[in-house]
Design a protein around this ligand. Structure first.
Ligand code: GDP
Ligand code: GDP
Length: 455
């Protein structure tokens, strides 16, 4: 009954941000169990089985590139999130605020089989304050005889309720028609759109590594809220902070300063916030507590930034606590846990004493220069030609794959496409990447190399 729902897999190869064709950003919010995840999966055309996540296992995506009737849009997902019943109201407020800030239009999901609840009303108050267009979506209306149940939701005061069954797909096409229509008319207020001219930095890391201390150290008293600048996004959670005389836009500083980490949903919530900040940034400053063992959570945050294709600077904080033994431990880790990012700049500093914080700016600039760097095709091919003559690919089944031609398809981050006569082994691709880095200096940026085979 519904048209085919099409969506592309998200952020393949680190592409992200609102694409040039995207009509806007749509967020799906609502209290737990109303069917947000089911609806998101339905819209993305994914198998609903994804909903059956183990409780407590956090999903680590927040936004997806989706398409409906020829329109690209971004979908922000807040599902997969659990809260204690006690803290539910404040937790939902946080969740809704993050999602709403990131979006242009909000889909509020409610449960048609349960009716209006106090928590629904609480969310509605929140949404009303945010002032963005809201589409009330009454889920679990599995057959037409139930449509009258949707009428109850008129009393939320947000306009016509749209009955759907996320599970069976009924009504989802109509809902998307309305949503896209609204998106096209809506003001672009999503946090994905940030002012020109300033480079965008996300300061990320697990709790307690010293993010808010570093932010305070950098900002001193000279904080200016983005609000004060003409033509910038009116989102007071971002701040312009001068680092070494240059202004940078620090993303979601409110999320850094606030510490509401007592709910069971806290980990999901903080990971949602981290990912949202990374999404909007060009550069991620990834903080570690150098005096403590590196944890899985530390490495996960780092992977989030690298996989999203952002420029990165690794910051080892609390250096004032380090002794010789700690320093050796960290050097060993550098060879193992950090093997994937040996191209990144490291800055050892102390947010507490301010020691070496003056080294950040240069590392940040260098990483972004690398991220932006483009190698002219002629130069690239002559380099690879010389490299290949000196170090040919190993023979495979009596044949020798050869590189025919290469080009840098894009920047931010740099992506290279190589045309070859046969499959290039993983080891050889790594060798090419290392050589490109040695020759052209891509410090601080991830890089992608894809190989196309031409017989
Ligand atoms: P979330 O917590 O809001 O993300 O909710 P989920 O998507 O995890 O769904 C909560 C429960 O409602 C799951 O057991 C779903 O199978 C069920 N559910 C979701 N959509 C529908 C629907 O359209 N009809 C019915 N009957 N159940 C649904
Ligand atoms: P966040 O959760 O990442 O924002 O971390 P905070 O900035 O709140 O810092 C967590 C704790 O580490 C606080 O008690 C800070 O005072 C302390 N801290 C932060 N930076 C340093 C540092 O460079 N040296 C030392 N010794 N302590 C630090």
């Amino acid at each position: 009954e519904d048209r085919q729902l099409v969506a592309s897999p998200t952020r393949m190869g680190g592409q992200s941000g609102t694409g040039p064709k995207a009509v806007g950003v749509l967020a799906v919010v609502g209290r737990p169990n109303v069917g947000k995840s089911t609806l998101v999966n339905r819209i993305l055309g994914r198998r609903v089985a994804v909903v059956e996540d183990t409780p407590g296992v956090t999903r680590d995506r927040v936004s997806y590139d989706a398409e409906w009737a020829g329109n690209d849009f971004k979908l922000v997902d807040t599902g997969g999130w659990e809260a204690d019943v006690e803290g539910i109201e404040s937790a939902i407020a946080d969740q809704a605020q993050v999602a709403v800030r990131l979006s242009d239009v909000v889909i509020l999901v409610v449960d048609g089989q349960v009716g209006v609840t106090a928590t629904d009303e609480h969310i509605v108050r929140m949404l009303r304050e945010a002032g963005k267009p809201v589409i009330v979506t009454v889920n679990k209306i599995d057959d037409y005889s139930g449509e009258y149940m949707a009428a109850e939701f008129w009393k939320l005061g947000l306009g016509e309720p749209h009955p759907v069954s996320a599970m069976h797909g009924h009504g989802v096409g109509d809902l998307l028609d309305v949503a896209l229509e609204t998106l096209k008319k809506a003001e672009r207020t999503s946090g994905f759109l940030t002012p020109d001219g300033l480079r965008r930095v996300a300061l990320v890391g697990r709790p307690n590594v010293g993010k808010s201390s570093l932010l305070n150290e950098l900002a001193h008293e000279e904080r200016s809220v983005v609000n004060d600048l003409a033509g910038t996004t009116r989102d007071p959670v971002d701040e312009v902070i001068a680092v070494d005389g240059e202004q940078w836009l620090f993303i979601d500083t409110a999320g850094i300063k606030r510490r509401v980490h007592k709910l069971s949903g806290a980990e999901y919530y903080s990971s949602l916030r981290t990912e949202a900040a990374i999404e909007r940034s060009e550069l991620a400053l990834i903080l570690f507590d150098a005096s403590q063992p590196i944890s899985d959570q530390d490495l996960k945050v780092m992977s989030q930034a690298v996989d999203a294709g952002r420029a990165i600077v690794l910051v080892f904080n609390k250096w004032d606590l380090m002794d010789e033994f700690d320093r050796q431990r960290l050097e060993r880790l550098w060879q193992t846990e950090f093997e994937r990012v040996t191209w990144a700049r490291r800055v050892n500093l102390s947010a507490l004493t301010g020691w070496h914080t003056n080294r950040l700016a240069e590392a940040m600039r260098e990483a972004l220069d690398s991220w932006d760097q483009r190698i002219p095709t002629g130069k690239l091919n002559s380099f690879l030609g010389t490299l290949q003559s000196a170090h040919p690919h190993p023979l495979r089944g009596g044949k020798q794959p050869r590189i025919l031609f290469a080009t840098q398809a894009s920047t931010r981050p740099p992506r290279f496409v190589i045309f070859a006569t046969g499959f290039l082994e993983h080891g050889y691709r790594r060798f090419i990447e290392r050589s490109l880095r040695e020759e052209f200096g891509f410090a601080g940026t991830p890089m992608q190399i894809s190989v196309h085979i031409r017989e």
